[in-house]
Write a protein that binds this ligand. Sequence first.
Ligand code: NAI
Ligand code: ENO
Length: 297
Amino acid sequence: MSVQRLAVIGLGLIGGSFARAVRKAGAVREVVGYDADPARVAAALELGVATVAAASLEEAVREADVVLLSVPVLQTREVLSQLASYLRPDAILTDVGSTKVSVEQDVAAVFGALPARFVGGHPVAGNEKSGVEASFAELFQGRRCILTPHAHQDPAALATVRGLWEAAGSLVCEMSAEHHDEVLAATSHLPHVLAFALVDFLNTLDSRKEIFAYAAGGFRDFTRIASSSPKMWQDITRANRSAVLGALDGYLGELHKLRDAITQDDGPAILEIYTRARDARERYLELVERPAAAKKP
Ligand SMILES: NC(=O)C1=CN([C@@H]2O[C@H](COP(=O)(O)OP(=O)(O)OC[C@H]3O[C@@H](n4cnc5c(N)ncnc54)[C@H](O)[C@@H]3O)[C@@H](O)[C@H]2O)C=CC1
Ligand SMILES: O=C(O)C(=O)Cc1ccc(O)cc1
């Protein structure tokens, strides 16, 4: 399977890494890049991430076979409304947004309904860095990519998008947008909210300089994701508000249970929570190592 012309709208970590990966795999011949920031377009061309620089959304999409949206999720509606009339009727539209219901709603609002050739996607791979300079072709290797086919889905468009992610090295799976947002609220959005909140709280303390100076590896591990793009995470938090609130409420309940145990100096209760959590994390580690292991010959 080979795509002649891929348009990448939003030349950041994810759009840039996808462009690099599919070109390296020979799955795409040309990548036309567009970004609201012209400096990013120039950088993408210079780095060889894009083969063609577009000065406008029209220029980016009018001859593209596949259009990949890789902008912060709350930019989706605005960007789509500007490019919709220039899309080829047979073009495939897809995205990489961390939230899927909001993206579906934005796509449906712009086109009147979800187009058959729209395929929602989310690579569950990334890091705390932003920008095309941080992009690399191996980012998706052995990592999951979730596609969220909808009721009017064109199977050929779905197969093309699946093929591109597989060419990029991803392990592709499918689920509904609603289920995606519940799951990712718990495992991705909640941890980011907690990391931002922890660092923000510690930073309010008078002793903050001393605290940060003496922080050990655990602090670094727990808070790495608080170095992520505030703008991107503002959008994700707002776009998946109800699922994030549900996860946050559950977590606050757990914190209260632990707080009660500590208040009452209830050693067994503390040990029970920590042991259950440690065991669950061990099972999680086995699970995440399995998909990659399954690919090995
Ligand atoms: N960073 C990560 O680890 C992951 C991010 N995602 C999703 O991927 C998308 C992109 O994220 P990143 O690449 O990390 O962000 P990034 O900040 O590295 O890149 C986003 C790019 O979009 C551009 N942009 C913003 N508004 C725009 C607009 N209206 N029109 C055109 N360009 C615009 C920015 O100038 C920037 O170059 C987001 O929706 C995010 O939720 C998905 C998986 C992992
Ligand atoms: O930095 C990390 O570990 C991440 O969790 C990156 C990430 C950010 C957003 C996503 O939608 C998926 C992955």
